[in-house]
Design a protein around this ligand. Structure first.
Ligand code: ZN
Ligand code: FE
Ligand code: FE
Ligand code: FE
Length: 167
């Protein structure tokens, strides 16, 4: 990161920088999910988060492939946004006493994570196409598809029963 010099010169640099941001974010999510899985009470929620943990491991590998296609080493850059979202999740979840309410809090936190990822992947895919890198775009599209499905699954769990159990 440039303190004395600006190190993003063009769209390709910006793409790689944002890819590094997501590489860091996905790795932070990988670290946070086991704790969320452990705290979840509802079995469907637990299973859903476990499934997404497995998907997330694969997403990290896809990002590594995109770095490779770009001819640069895979490296993360700090993403204060995901750190903040995960920190907030941890704070709120830690304050909840009742089990059903805890599940509702976990879903809300997980959806904030998914929405950050959806925003970032949407941007990365648009930039990859702009740069003529459909190979990178299609790998990132697979990650985006999983994030959207995870988000929809969380909505479905909340609306089908978790929120009612909490209320
Ligand atoms: Zn930089
Ligand atoms: Fe992800
Ligand atoms: Fe970020
Ligand atoms: Fe995700």
């Amino acid at each position: 990161m440039g303190i004395f010099t600006k190190d993003i010169h063009n769209m390709n640099d910006l793409f790689v920088h944002t890819l590094s941001d997501m590489y860091y974010a996905e790795n932070q999510i990988l670290k946070a999910l086991p704790d969320m899985i452990e705290k979840a009470n509802d079995n469907a929620l637990k299973n859903g988060l476990e499934n997404h943990l497995a998907e997330t491991k694969n997403q990290v590998k896809r990002i590594e492939q995109v770095f490779k296609l770009h001819g640069v080493d895979a490296a993360g850059v700090d993403c204060p946004a995901i750190d903040g979202i995960l920190e907030e999740a941890d704070d709120v979840v830690g304050e909840v006493e009742q089990q059903g309410v805890l599940d509702a809090a976990l879903i809300a936190a997980a959806q904030a994570v998914e929405h950050y990822e959806i925003a970032r992947y949407g941007t990365l895919i648009a930039w990859a196409k702009l740069l003529g890198r459909n190979d990178c775009a299609s790998l990132l599209q697979q990650n985006l598809k999983e994030e959207k499905a995870a988000d929809a699954k969380l909505t479905q769990l909340a609306e089908s029963h978790v929120n009612r159990m909490a209320a």
